[in-house]
Design a protein around this ligand. Structure first.
Ligand code: RIB
Ligand code: CA
Length: 313
């Protein structure tokens, strides 16, 4: 097998984060070198505990690094109403035996960027606070990152928190601004792409018919958010981070990607946290963001189904 791609995931687990992580755990082409944990869906105490628990259930031994416990500047509400107050469906799982690393997530991002300089795939599935902190500590970070994939934004103002803004960006717009300005290129899976690649609930429950401990645990922790989704959004479930991870792990599955300049709005009663896309390139800025418009739906669903039925290697 050719050299595996080193993969670092910054995440705020969260139920859809967990599905994305299970997909990463099951990908033979990537070597997971760390999980850096952000506050976002729920508080940092829970997101760290959830990451450690998922690794234990999956039988995956990867270092977990705790990061920032709040946005850079302004406090922001979490998404416990979607994921459960503990971020994993409030199922009351027994805490993992493994412990979080002593190193801060921002420092781990910098260190791992050096250890895997020029090869590291960085996938950001939560608010960008940790990545922004790493950039403030070391502005040369982007030079060593081979590829950055971000789940975030709403490219035509159809957000999931406000009309203008999606959760990851809305939670810490200042961090998103720092990251979007610092990287010359990033791949973006926004909320609108997630909505366009919904998963039929009736099909999802069929994927749980597996003797995999991973699939069984995921069925438990996802039940609350799936029921919430049926109640609020109908027949399809929107696993945002899973789409971003499919784009990250198998970019060849992307059927339409549009590159454009994207700016983050920091002010405005109605607009804070917006990902403002210059669709007509009026400002003459570089096309920094490769925006996922269409992904191979069958490939996406196959990746999820395989992740849920996988067992430890
Ligand atoms: O808007 C969806 C994003 O916000 C996902 O990453 C979800 O986990 C939450 O973090
Ligand atoms: Ca997330």
């Amino acid at each position: 097998m050719t050299d595996r791609i080193p993969l670092l995931i910054d995440t705020d687990p969260g139920v859809d984060d967990a599905l994305a992580l299970l997909m990463a755990f099951n990908d033979p082409r990537h070597e997971l070198v760390g999980l850096t944990i952000a506050a976002g869906n729920v508080g940092l105490k829970h997101t760290v505990a959830n990451a450690l628990k998922l690794c234990e259930v999956a039988g995956v031994d990867v270092p977990v690094f705790a990061g920032a416990d709040a946005p850079l500047l302004h406090p922001s509400p979490d998404a416990g109403y979607v994921h459960g107050q503990d971020g994993f469906g409030d199922v009351g799982y027994e805490a993992a035996k493994r412990k979080v690393e002593a190193e801060h997530a921002a420092l781990a991002i910098i260190r791992l960027s050096h250890e895997h300089a020029g090869k590291l795939l960085l996938v950001a599935l939560g608010p960008l606070t940790n990545v922004a902190l790493a950039l403030k500590l070391d502005p040369t970070l982007p030079q060593r990152i081979a590829r950055l994939v971000v789940m975030g934004g709403a490219v035509t103002c159809q957000g999931n928190i406000t009309p203008a803004a999606e959760f990851n960006i809305y939670f810490d717009p200042e961090a998103a601004h720092i990251v979007f300005e610092a990287f010359e290129h990033l791949d973006l899976a926004d909320w609108e792409a997630v909505v366009a690649h919904g998963l039929l609930h009736d099909r999802v429950v069929g994927w749980f018919k597996t003797d995999s401990a991973r699939g069984q645990f995921y069925e438990r922790i996802s039940e609350k958010t799936r029921m919430w989704s049926i109640d609020r959004r109908g027949d399809h479930w929107h696993a945002a981070d899973a789409l971003a991870m499919a784009f990250a792990l198998e970019p060849e599955g992307a059927l339409d990607v549009q590159s454009r300049p994207v700016s983050i709005e920091l002010d405005g009663t109605h607009s804070r946290g917006a990902t403002v896309v210059d669709w007509r390139r009026q400002e003459g800025k570089p096309d920094k963001a490769a925006i996922l418009m269409k992904y191979d739906q069958q490939r996406f669903e196959n990746l999820i189904q395989a992740a849920l039925s996988a067992s430890p290697a």
